[in-house]
Design a protein. Structure first.
Length: 344
């Protein structure tokens, strides 16, 4: 990875595994919490195919080049040279526009289904039945086939109309984004451009390609989510209804109906600690959906206020000062999120 430097800071020590897990979309409550503290939540899943070996090599190279320094706990800070380099690269780096939709879809699956769908419709336009489909995955082929055969109307005309609307909506955002999207499509006698061609024609560095790709796929997912038509029918089942995991969303719905943690655990046949993890997930990425007065009662808040002040990412958990016994850390983390929310 050539652009890891953008994820570090000169004042805030950052855990390198949190950054790695965020980029790969390895969701845990801990990763979500620290990604939020680092301002990196929107980068969740931006590099799903990132390999540990590649990531660690990039970190070692940044250390060797004196751009970051690591402490004994695996946390990193930008050096003075790193700050200057980060500022130098800022003007060259592609700045994503649709990453706030990071939760909407697994872009890998969006890409696979979208490209196959466009390919099939393009070949249909030329009445060509003899071509190699982009993907050999049986399920995706069947979904696209069903979409094609069950669409009532002129699917060719309507799909290309929607793609035109989508392209027009991107032109005012970033011309490179719309160009990347359409250069990547595959159709009748069109193979799509390779990485070298994309870098030359956009123009953009190779290290920025995964970012603009993620941005383009999140953009088309957001379009399909808001515009009812051929694309929404094709991609709809891949779009998430909320930023939460499916299990987390089920827990939230029960909690909003007044069920206690114990009652939710019994009803869903899961552990109470799993319910608490779901509620922490809500508090991190969907805080407006929950009743904080109920989640973190005033007596607990008042007690913790006496013990913890200042930036929440500097707090150290001390079980002796936090109520809750075996679940004290749950209240500690909730209070961090509550204070962070209250200070905005």
């Amino acid at each position: 990875m050539d652009n890891l430097l953008r994820f570090f800071d000169e004042h805030q020590p950052r855990r390198i595994r949190v950054i790695e897990n965020t980029l790969k979309d390895r969701r845990t409550v801990s990763t979500l919490f620290w990604a939020k503290q680092y301002g990196l939540l929107k980068w969740t899943g931006a590099y799903r195919s990132l390999e540990r070996e590649e990531f660690d090599y990039s970190i070692k190279r940044l250390v060797k080049d004196n751009l970051i320094r690591l402490d004994s706990t695996g946390q990193a800070l930008l050096t003075t040279s790193g700050v200057l380099k980060q500022e130098e690269l800022a003007d060259e780096e592609y700045q994503p526009h649709f990453f706030d939709w990071y939760w909407l879809a697994n872009t890998r699956r969006i890409e696979q289904r979208l490209l196959l769908g466009v390919q099939v419709v393009s070949e249909l336009t030329y009445h060509n039945r003899y071509y190699a489909p982009l993907t050999n995955e049986y399920h995706e082929q069947q979904v696209v086939k069903h979409w094609l055969l069950n669409w009532r109307g002129n699917i060719v005309k309507e799909l290309f109309k929607e793609l035109g609307l989508f392209g027009n909506s991107l032109e005012s955002v970033d011309e490179r984004l719309v160009n990347y999207f359409f250069y990547s499509l595959i159709g009748h006698q069109i193979t799509g451009k390779n990485e070298l061609q994309l870098c030359r024609q956009l123009p953009i560095s190779k290290g920025q390609l995964p970012i603009i790709k993620q941005d383009a796929l999140l953009a088309i997912a957001a379009f399909a989510n808001s515009y009812q038509g051929t694309l929404s029918r094709l991609l709809g089942e891949l779009l998430a209804p909320s930023p939460l995991s499916n299990s987390g969303n089920q827990t939230l719905l029960l909690y909003q109906r007044g069920y206690s943690i114990t009652q939710i655990a019994k009803r869903r046949r899961i552990k109470e600690n799993t319910v608490r993890e779901h509620l922490l997930e809500v508090a991190i990425i969907y805080p407006e959906a929950i009743d904080w007065e109920r989640l973190l009662p005033a007596p607990i808040r008042h007690q913790l206020t006496k013990q913890y002040q200042g930036p929440v990412d500097k707090w150290k958990f001390n079980p002796a000062t936090v109520p809750g016994g075996a679940v004290a850390f749950y209240y500690f983390r909730l209070f961090q999120l509550y204070q962070e929310r209250s200070s905005k």
